[in-house]
Design a protein around this ligand. Structure first.
Ligand SMILES: Cc1cc2nc3c(=O)[nH]c(=O)nc-3n(C[C@H](O)[C@H](O)[C@H](O)COP(=O)(O)OP(=O)(O)OC[C@H]3O[C@@H](n4cnc5c(N)ncnc54)[C@H](O)[C@@H]3O)c2cc1C
Length: 389
């Protein structure tokens, strides 16, 4: 059944209801959320951001952020899978336009509702996505590429994977490109599993990826530009949006708990109410930070020249580190409010899944790595000290 007549947000609400029904089993069994993926495809949400002229709906980033948020309130793994897909779609949209192979592939993503995965992390490099060991080996119009990809979320279930690699065997580690590999272009040999604390449904196994394809599949722009002009900002904004969804889910449970306490003892403010106010304040700060980041990205994209500026990079770095930390603070406060009812796994106030999923955020590109990048930029950049814009 398809729901394309409805708005993006209405369709996302339907998918979120499906994801919520299966979230506990996805988490418990550490399995891919097949039901939510099917619902996303039925609702035609995978191609939402692709421009209309390439078969999509040309959705604004703010709509995609809201979808990530809604999905994550139901099942954070589903929210993360959708966010990662859209981050990869944005590389195609922003950097594949004008390249016939990529334009054709974009249309396929929209019409066939393909799911895109990502292989940037590499054995020996870790989360330093601006360096690669593996390289594209070209012969005429064909290439081969092998990567020891230590984490590929939903690698087994993706229809295509966007992979970073050095441009050629003789290229420096930072001279990278991004290659679009369709399922028929690669094999995956599993090298590690994903028995993790949280985000278990992302099934982010490690693989030895072996591929071959046409050189036309390599995105024309250097990966340095793809990362700077779209990928990092998109990742930080969409991840933060789904993290806001996790924090909101926890807050909703804590608020219900406090209200139930208030009903039990009318006339008395429940002890958890103070902490709820504190959590609400953090939630608001988180929301404002993300909304400001989304506005800033849209403005920078429209203006053209701010995307590579130090102040923009710092702003996006700050959204990521702040949102990932604040989310954990909110979930922790909610656990204090709900007490044992939050700690247990079988109550309406259970917070175990939110807490475990939340803990992935600061290590998903380690906050220390991002802060050290910001620290370097701050040696040269003056931080805005006025409120006037
Ligand atoms: C849920 C989830 C899904 C993921 N999905 C994918 C995916 O689909 N594809 C993919 O490619 N990757 C994926 N990743 C991997 C992720 O993006 C990071 O690459 C990975 O988490 C980093 O792993 P690491 O901690 O081993 O490495 P590192 O980032 O190398 O960190 C290791 C340690 O070194 C420290 N460190 C390293 N460099 C610096 C520095 N310059 N400054 C300060 N400290 C430093 C860090 O603080 C940390 O303690 C996923 C991760 C998670 C949690």
């Amino acid at each position: 059944m398809t729901y394309v007549a409805n708005s993006l947000i209405e369709r996302a609400a339907h998918v979120a209801a499906v994801a919520a029904r299966h979230a506990d089993s996805v988490d418990r069994e550490g399995r891919f959320p097949h039901e939510a993926r099917r619902a996303l495809a039925d609702a035609r949400l995978f191609g939402a951001m692709i421009p209309k002229e390439h078969g999509g709906e040309g959705a604004a980033l703010s709509d995609i952020a809201e979808i990530c948020c809604q999905l994550a309130q139901a099942c954070a793994s589903t929210g993360m899978i959708y966010a990662m897909h859209q981050i990869k779609a944005s590389s195609l949209i922003e950097h594949g336009a004008g390249a016939p192979w990529h334009e054709d592939f974009m249309r396929r993503v929209a019409t066939e509702q393909l799911l895109l995965g990502s292989a940037t992390t590499e054995g020996g490099i870790g989360g330093d996505l601006r360096n690669s060991i593996c390289a594209v080996v070209t012969e005429g119009e064909r290439f081969t590429l092998e990567k020891n990809a230590t984490v590929i979320s939903y690698g087994a279930d993706a229809d295509a994977i966007l992979v970073t690699a050095r441009r050629a065997l003789e290229a420096a580690s930072s001279d990278q490109v991004m290659v679009v590999l369709r399922k028929q272009d690669y094999t995956l040999e599993k090298t590690s599993g994903w028995d993790t604390l949280g985000m278990r449904g992302t099934c982010s196994d490690g693989y030895l990826l072996k591929s071959a394809g046409a050189t036309a599949q390599v995105l024309p722009q250097p990966f340095a530009e793809i990362a700077a002009q779209s990928m990092l900002a998109m990742a930080h904004l969409l991840w933060s949006s789904l993290w806001f969804g996790i924090a909101s889910s926890a807050f909703g449970k804590a608020q219900a708990f406090v209200r139930a306490e208030a009903r039990r003892a009318p006339g008395k403010t429940p002890p958890g109410a103070l902490r709820l106010a504190e959590a609400g304040e953090k939630l608001q700060v988180m929301r404002s930070t993300i909304l400001d980041g989304l506005r800033r990205y849209e403005e920078a994209k429209a203006g053209g020249d701010d995307l590579g500026s130090m102040s923009f990079v710092l702003a996006m770095n700050n959204v990521k580190t702040a949102a990932s930390q604040t989310m954990i603070e909110v979930v922790n406060l909610c656990l204090m409010i709900c007490g044992i009812a939050g700690y247990k796994n079988d109550t309406p106030f259970s917070l175990g899944r939110e807490l475990r999923d939340a803990l992935s955020a600061p290590i998903m590109i380690n906050n220390d790595r991002i802060l050290s990048n910001s620290a370097t930029l701050l040696l040269a950049h003056r931080v805005e000290q006025r409120l006037a814009v």
